[in-house]
Design a protein around this ligand. Structure first.
Ligand SMILES: [Zn+2]
Length: 323
């Protein structure tokens, strides 16, 4: 499949461990070429070089694109400058878009990675056709994006859509951002592990402890998934408490934003068959004015692991067409 030159855009998704680049048609989400590279770990100044190498390979393979979009994890402003990213340590004040523009002489837009994924779910995925939507991606942390009035809400600086850092429990766990009690610390992959440790501290969860080699500090989300797959009842306690925290955060987002739909992405939604319907039921019970408002459907994301890269290409097309 070849994409016509006028619809050919490059989308780059920079993750904590890998960089995914695609040549895509942002109108349909069709991908012509994919390229992957490792995110440089040690020297932050290697990141723009690694991204440029991926772009170069994509251009070699598919031809010159109309524009390039780059999604990076962290606070990215309207000019595409990354100000702060806990998952790409040492990278501060990096003008990724500017560097690529200089090197390739093409229009380039920089965005937050989860904002890109939300844009893709809104244009082509589970939130397609909605005017008001919230996309929440539960990975190691929690990232998200907000659609208001049919448009992506970027906020005053471009930093909007970070629901993972809403305060939900002031006496809770330390978050990756350094604060205590963020939603992410109880409702992400890291949160699942925190809750498992709580259960162990309460004298339960023997199987979880065994899977982590007897050291509670080593319990990870994968140990919980493994114990649940074995049918361990105390691992189910972890999952019940986890679902409750997920629902509490979603109920707050509904109170604040009144969306038509909430899209849940990331690997955790598949932790068991009932997870989304359990969360839906809890949200329906706990949301403000529960008995007097329509249910807000909670649906799984559709575009999977390539949503960020496709969304970056969409953002580049939006820039090119002045949207
Ligand atoms: Zn936080």
């Amino acid at each position: 499949m070849t994409i016509e030159p006028r619809n050919r855009f490059i989308g780059i998704d920079v993750g904590g461990t890998k960089i995914l680049g695609v040549v895509a048609d942002p109108r349909t989400g069709e991908i012509q070429v994919r390229r992957k590279a490792l995110t440089p770990k040690y020297d932050p100044s290697d990141l723009p070089i690694a991204i440029a190498a991926v772009v170069e390979e994509l251009i070699e393979e598919a031809g010159r694109p109309v524009g390039i979009g780059v999604g990076v994890p962290g606070l990215v402003d309207h000019q595409g400058v990354l100000h702060y990213g806990p998952n790409v340590p040492g990278v501060l004040g990096l003008d990724m878009a500017g560097e690529l523009r200089k090197q390739f002489g093409l229009p380039v837009v920089g965005e937050n990675d989860a904002t890109c994924a939300a844009l893709a779910e809104h244009r082509l995925g589970a939130a397609r056709g909605t005017m008001h939507a919230v996309v929440v991606n539960q990975g190691t942390g929690i990232a998200g994006g907000i659609i208001i009035g049919g448009r992506l809400h970027r906020g005053a600086n471009g930093f909007a859509g970070e629901p993972g850092h809403m305060l939900v429990n002031a006496n809770g766990h330390v978050c990756a951002c350094g604060k205590v009690g963020c939603w992410e610390s109880v409702a992400s992959g890291a949160g699942l592990a925190n809750i498992a440790r709580e259960i162990v501290t309460e004298g339960k969860g023997a199987r979880l402890l065994a899977l982590a080699g007897g050291n509670a500090a080593h319990i990870r989300g994968e140990h919980v998934s493994a114990a649940i797959a074995e049918g361990d009842a105390e691992a189910q306690l972890v999952l019940d408490r986890f679902a409750w925290w997920v629902a509490e955060g979603l109920a707050s987002l509904i109170a604040l934003l009144d969306p038509e739909v909430i899209v849940l992405g990331g690997g955790l939604t598949a932790i068991n068959r009932h997870f989304i319907s359990d969360v839906q039921e809890l949200v329906n019970q706990t949301v403000m004015g529960a008995a007097y408002r329509p249910e807000v459907p909670i649906v799984p994301a559709r575009l999977g692991a390539e949503a960020g890269a496709i969304g970056a290409a969409i953002s580049a097309r939006d820039l090119f067409h002045g949207r």
